[in-house]
Design a binder for this molecule. Sequence first.
Ligand SMILES: [Mg+2]
Length: 366
Amino acid sequence: MTKDIAITGVTARAFIVPTDQPEADGTLSWTSTTIIVVEVSAGGRTGLGYTYADPAVATLINGKLGPLVTGAEAMDVRRAWVMLRGAVRNLGRSGLVASAIAAIDTALWDLKARLLDLPLAALLGRARERVEIYGSGGFTSYDDRTLQAQLSGWVERDGCRAVKMKIGSEPERDPARVAAARRAIGDTAKLFVDANGAFTPREALHYAHLFAETADIRWMEEPVSSDDLTGLAVVRAAAPPRVEIAAGEYVYTEDDARTMLATEAVDVQQVDVTRCEGITGLLDIAAMTAAHHRDVSGHCAPALHLHAACAIERFRHLEWFHDHVRIEHMLFDGAPVPQHGFIAPDMSRPGHGLEFKHQLAERYAA
Ligand SMILES: [Mg+2]
């Protein structure tokens, strides 16, 4: 029986991967994505975790959080998580710190599953065998032809039943962009829009009603800043009945989710395993969300969410985000491939099934 296996080492490294084209949303633009890869060793096995953040996260893990976990019992993932959360009190629990804990926690879950020679989904206990994905990208930096090709590709090639595009950086262009997107995906696929907090509540309501009428949108994400929970609640209360309001990509702690749910700010609670203190945090937040009779939707990093998503009862879908899908397939063997709009864990591989391509990643080392 596997017991008393001490963690022998924790390492974190940052990699900066250029995007394939310039990308922009309602409030930011970027040309590269930084991923922090964490490896945790015990009993001759290595667990892998990652987060999308700043290279400072690698410094925090290598200098402070990794040494704290080293020597701890590898089987007791929650105990390590509790210790890490306690240790960061004076650093602030949110933001980069929560992302660092997330990457370590995910690596610890992967490590435990590998030590037990089980797929992580089996260790957590599955509620389902596969998870629906929706295509996500549609950056405001794209011309209409690029936008249309990307969105229709997810519907036609990958079988997605929904796709999401960015809006809000030049709102006057959005009616034509949204119409072009609807033409590209046909009548049956659902169209989602994400404003990344670009609007005031009144602007958001104007566009929610306009795009519901002209393009039958079914989801409006971060219509206003996620810092404005009252504003989100105002939009949600007056949105068209078929347009769900979603937010939660900046939920770092269970308190962030609790206040978002208590404010009635969202119809669907988004959560990101690379930010919300990892799989341990994700499972806690999912349970709290279910107690509020809401579904959870996974934000970005689909390969890392997959096994945990299978263990969550009210898991609506995963965001098949262009940028992260590309990076996950570049840097990790075993990244999932869509089938008829779903991805499923490979139950023949231990852990989350991802293997880091160390040599290939070197060229992107920060
Ligand atoms: Mg978003």
